[in-house]
Design a protein around this ligand. Structure first.
Ligand code: PEP
Ligand code: MN
Length: 370
């Protein structure tokens, strides 16, 4: 059985070996002229694939929901006139059919669709037998790797082998620098499940503002993404959707010109030595964590024997403030220390709760002394 482990990298005409594939184009096709203007400019600067949404699932009603089927002819014209492969988003089986009939090369599923297993299954069924088409699955809006894997597996189950993924960040509550929190560990984890599969990064939807596109693109290239999907519009401020994050083709050319493509190959001796040190640190960290959890379970037994609550808020506050101070004095970022300490504390609490509620754990004081 084919699994994601076996999905091969996509190949795109015009992309040199080990170079990133560049997919660019407006968030939405708005008019035939706007679509062609962007496509001509992007093709002239060597963009490999042209993207434009014609069916736009918007969060709020009343937003621009795309020009619909008539945009397909505009994409066909882009393909004919520029030779670029063309890509658009599909969200229903009907979109799939219309896009396949129009000879669209690449179909992608957006974040609101990949979060919905029924929608993904309908799309997969509509794609069944069309192994000529390339399919890209964006991550679901919520930070759930399994949902993303499930969406990819449904498409794979339809016999699609030209399959890739797009990381566009995750919705999250509260104020954040970026529109969609990158949570880079999730696409890195996806890479473990699909080591050869093409994974692109969409810095436009992660950043939400055009000023973030370059730095997010550089991070993506430095962390092993295979290419970029970037929104580009000749007049971004007038765009009918996602205007704050789109860049002009000229700005995109400048950004691409500044990006550094570094080698993914291992390794000279110095790097190997540094990596050895990292491995050593990680071994130490894990051993310390294991020791800490064992002490924590000991405390759990004590609390059980003395009928004490597992969480003592005052102790927690004191511990966190002391650790933050200590971390800062060691040059650690405070938010980072907090994040780590909270995760460790959460695990301790959960170990103690298991213990306190486990009736097979004896609670006589003799047996607490291990
Ligand atoms: C898009 O690519 O224009 C889009 C709507 O993306 P997402 O599904 O990532 O929000
Ligand atoms: Mn968009």
């Amino acid at each position: 059985m084919t699994t994601l482990q076996h999905i091969q990298p996509l190949s795109f005409p015009g992309v040199e070996k080990d170079a990133p594939v560049i997919v660019a184009g407006p968030c939405s096709a708005e008019t035939e002229q706007q679509t062609l203007d962007a496509a001509r400019a992007l093709s002239a600067m060597g963009v490999h694939v042209f993207r434009a949404g014609i069916w736009k699932p918007r969060t709020m009603p009343g937003g621009f929901e795309g020009v619909g089927d008539r945009g397909l002819a505009w994409l066909q014209r882009v393909k004919r006139e520029t030779g670029m492969a063309v890509a658009t988003e599909v969200a229903t089986a009907r979109h799939v059919q219309a896009a396949l009939d129009a000879g669209i090369d690449i179909l992608w599923m957006g974040a609101r669709t990949s979060a919905n297993p029924f929608a993904m299954q309908d799309i997969a069924d509509a794609l069944s037998g069309h192994d000529e088409v390339t399919v890209l699955v964006k991550n679901p809006v919520n930070p759930d790797l399994d949902l993303w894997l499930g969406a990819l597996q449904r498409i794979m189950g339809a016999g699609i082998t030209r399959l890739g993924a797009v990381h566009r960040g995750f919705s999250s509550a509260g104020a954040h620098l970026y529109r969609n929190d990158p949570q880079w560990h999730i696409p890195f984890e996806l890479r473990r499940h699909a080591p050869m599969m093409t994974i692109l990064c969409d810095p436009s939807h992660i950043g939400g503002k055009r000023k973030y596109v370059e730095r997010l693109s550089q991070i993506a290239l430095d962390t092993g993404f295979d290419g970029l999907m970037i929104e580009s519009h000749c007049h971004p401020d007038e765009a009918l959707s996602d205007s704050a994050q789109q860049v002009t083709p000229a700005d995109l050319a400048a950004i691409l010109g500044r990006l550094v493509v570094r080698s993914g190959l291992p390794v000279d001796d110095e790097l190997a030595l540094l990596r050895q040190q990292i491995d050593d640190c990680d071994h130490e960290l894990l051993a310390v964590l294991a020791r800490r959890m064992s002490v924590s379970r000991e405390i759990g037994r004590f609390k059980k024997a003395h009928n004490l609550r597992v969480v003592q808020p005052a102790r927690y506050q004191d511990m966190i403030s002391a650790r933050l101070e200590e971390g800062a004095s060691l040059g650690l970022d405070t938010a980072f220390t907090q994040h780590v300490m909270q995760a460790i504390h959460e695990e301790s609490v959960s170990q103690q709760l298991n213990l306190v509620n486990d009736s097979t754990e004896n609670n006589t004081s003799d047996e607490q002394q291990e």
